[in-house]
Design a protein around this ligand. Structure first.
Ligand code: SF4
Length: 347
């Protein structure tokens, strides 16, 4: 009896990785999935927080895909190791702060290490030639194979027939004729294949699988580095960039103002780590303060927060200021009028 071959699938939670894994299962390959957690992942985060997005499903799509396929999913935390990819991408950034090619190389390298340790035979991805401008081009696909060190143990079932043969095909573990030759940005072939397999409900990723492809998010990340004078971040920093309105009235401090109830509740969890302001005379958003403020700046911060409260038309708004030691003090300010609010403060 021939040996049961095993593949590790990179699962982002999108349709492509779902289909690629399914195609392998159809060929009798034992598939397990891996999902790398970088901290920038879109998966469920914002939708899970925002109250107005309540109607949207809050599922983790990677887990959902694994469930659809009936496979084991390994969620691997790579937050720290991934920083170097974000700080120093050898192949540069995409349209925003997304180092897609280096990211893909890094993840495939991690997957290659994983299969080595777990005695798996090859790695699969849901990549399609021409689908993404940076990491999924015909000329960059071999770069991923080369720089990750995986060589021909990387199979892309959805576009394999447009690419040179890989080890699993050569060895006859999989039948190349039953692989696909998708290319380009159109999603129609994938949707047709999904229908063939009977998948009706799947995630429709727009733009990318992480926040680094988002323009606004990238602006906030660049601002964070500029304010700190160096490229660095902790997990809390990058989580907070996903939430709230970020206002920087001066280079050394920033306000993170909840935009709605769900975000306010999320920010509550950070109250002990950050000085914060909360209106008491009127309904208003919880606001975290990132940075050190003098008295004058604190007054300005309070006036900005008052402006985003229900008392923005009132003469005075009362607030509670909690400093980094947890000491609470009452404040009363006039909300900042619209003409004094500078556009460039808002990130
Ligand atoms: S979108 Fe984000 S996670 Fe996806 S390849 Fe690009 S940098 Fe990596």
């Amino acid at each position: 009896m021939s040996k049961q071959r095993k593949a590790l699938a990179l699962i982002s939670g999108g349709l492509d990785s779902l289909l690629a894994a399914k195609v392998m299962q159809e060929q009798g390959i034992h598939v397990e999935g891996v999902n790398f957690y970088t901290g920038f992942c879109v998966e469920g985060h914002t939708h899970a927080i925002r109250k107005k997005d309540k109607a949207k499903p809050k599922r983790n799509n990677a887990l959902w895909v694994a469930e659809q396929l009936g496979i084991k999913l390994h969620i691997v935390d790579i937050v720290d190791e991934y920083k170097d990819v974000v700080f120093n991408p050898k192949h540069g950034y995409g349209a925003h702060m997304n180092p897609c090619l280096d990211c893909k190389i890094f993840m495939v390298r991690k997957a290659a290490e994983w299969i080595e340790e777990h005695d798996f035979d090859f790695v699969i991805t849901g990549e399609v030639i021409g689908q993404r401008p940076m990491s999924q081009r015909k000329d960059t696909m071999p770069v991923v194979q080369r720089d990750s060190g995986i060589g021909d143990r990387l199979l892309r079932p959805l576009c394999a027939r447009n690419l040179p043969e890989t080890l699993p095909e050569r060895e006859g573990w999989v039948d190349r004729e039953k692989l696909y030759d998708f290319s380009g940005r159109s999603r129609k072939p994938q949707m047709a294949l999904a229908a063939e397999f009977g998948f009706e409900d799947y995630a429709q990723p727009a733009g990318g699988c992480c926040f680094l492809t988002d323009e606004q998010y990238s602006v906030k990340l660049a601002d964070l580095w500029q304010a700190r004078g160096k490229r660095e971040y902790e997990l809390d920093d990058i989580m907070l960039l996903k939430v709230g309105r970020h206002i920087r009235p001066a280079p050394h401090f920033k306000l993170i103002v909840a935009r709605e109830e769900g975000e306010g509740k999320f920010l509550q969890g950070y109250r002990k780590q950050y000085p914060n302001l909360k209106t008491t005379s009127h309904g208003g958003p919880l606001t975290l303060i990132d940075g050190e403020l003098n008295e004058q700046e604190l007054e300005l911060a309070a006036r900005i927060v008052a402006r985003y409260s229900q008392g923005k038309q009132a003469e005075r708004v009362d607030l509670e200021y909690t400093d980094s030691e947890g000491r609470v003090r009452e404040m009363s300010v006039a909300p900042l009028p619209a003409h004094e609010m500078r556009k460039q403060w808002i990130l």
